[in-house]
Design a protein around this ligand. Structure first.
Ligand code: HEM
Length: 332
């Protein structure tokens, strides 16, 4: 089990903690803005990069729907011809050149997908390598980040982050869950975390959470190997694998039972809940990340017909924070 002092979502690296890291935004700032302020304070402000998931690699791909996927939702990409994708894999944390195993990433990876729909619109899907989230809402996330910022090595115990963890068992469960390092971004499973509502052409709705599973199963390296390989091995190994052909994933939705919580991302639904196969994601080509990643914005609320946000409060707070981060990283 990793020490609670050096973990918390990649936000707890004492070396990154700068004086004044607990500074919140002005009183009238929205929660999303205050969260981005706090992320910038923890990681330092790196012009032109994301406030979180700063290190990434962009690829092109296609999505091919499984037969019958449109029984769950009438979304345009779940029937007919394959849909072109832009995919950004990333490491959590706000330091753009941190090695894959740097504690600032807390070994959380991201897979953000943009479906380019036939009518010119887009559907975004944003997943991480953990199943579940450490807090249920943006206020708690801000309190966690502030506690981390106030907990340097010289702070008397119990530190603010230790106090936060003592009152939030779900956060402890999240940060202590094993997080093995994948061979590449292409051998890592990803989870949608927040619930969405899927509605089919007959008007039947079900709540579900995405799961993206590597074709052939997950593949990880030992901690020993992870610390000795290239600092960018997750992306480098995916690019190398593409020389042999597309790297594929299954896109599935875990469907909630009637009383499963849909508004609390710390509450993982049992594995016994059924999953619906939506189709195959094929990563086909590496793109020029430096050239295009800054113009890319993935939003949890950028949804197409047949898919709606649930009442999970994280969804809107995330969209506020992502828009703020995008504004800062693209400001001239
Ligand atoms: C209140 C909670 C959260 C906050 C404040 C937050 C904040 C952020 C911010 C500021 C960014 C950078 C956005 C940009 O500049 O485009 C980001 C990116 C990202 N977040 Fe979150 N996040 C939260 C929850 C989550 C959750 C629940 C997930 C998992 C589904 C997630 C997955 C990601 C991923 C994968 C990226 C990278 C997207 C890309 O490649 O452009 N985040 N987050």
């Amino acid at each position: 089990m990793r020490s609670l002092q050096c973990i918390a979502l990649g936000f707890a690296v004492s070396a990154l903690m700068t004086a004044g890291a607990t500074r919140a935004g002005a009183e009238d700032d929205s929660l999303g803005v205050r969260l981005v302020n706090q992320m910038n304070a923890l990681y330092g402000r790196h012009p032109g990069v994301r406030a979180n998931h700063a290190k990434g690699a962009v690829f092109e791909g296609t999505f091919t729907p499984a037969q019958g996927a449109d029984a769950l939702s009438s979304a345009a990409f779940l029937k007919g011809a394959p849909t072109p994708l832009v995919i950004r894999f990333s490491n959590a944390g706000g330091v753009p050149d941190a090695p894959d195993t740097d504690p600032s990433t807390d070994r959380i990876r991201g897979m953000a997908i943009k479906f380019k729909l036939p009518d010119g619109s887009e559907q975004d899907m944003i997943c991480i390598s953990a199943n579940g989230f450490p807090v249920a809402n943006g206020d708690d996330f801000l309190a966690l980040l502030q506690a981390v910022g106030a907990s340097g090595p010289d702070v008397p115990k119990p530190t603010p982050v230790e106090k936060f963890l003592a009152g939030h068992p779900a956060t402890v469960a999240f940060v202590t869950a094993p997080k093995p390092v994948a061979v590449s971004y292409g051998t890592q499973p990803y989870f949608g975390i927040n619930a969405f509502k899927f509605t089919n052409a007959q008007g039947t709705s079900k709540f579900g959470r995405y799961r993206i599973e590597p074709d052939g199963g997950p593949a990880f390296v030992s901690d020993e190997e992870a610390t000795h390989r290239s600092p960018n091995a997750l992306a480098d190994n995916l690019r190398a694998a593409l020389d042999k052909g597309p790297v594929k994933f299954h896109l599935r939705v875990q469907v909630a039972a009637a009383d499963d919580p849909t508004t609390d991302a710390t509450k993982v639904w049992p594995d016994s809940r059924p999953t619906v196969e939506l189709g195959e994601i094929a990563v086909t080509k590496a793109l020029d990340t430096k050239k295009i990643e800054n113009e890319l914005l993935f939003m949890p609320t950028n949804l197409t017909g047949g898919i709606d946000a649930s009442d999970d409060p994280l969804i809107n707070t995330r969209s506020e924070a992502y828009a703020e981060s995008f504004g800062r990283r693209t400001a001239k």
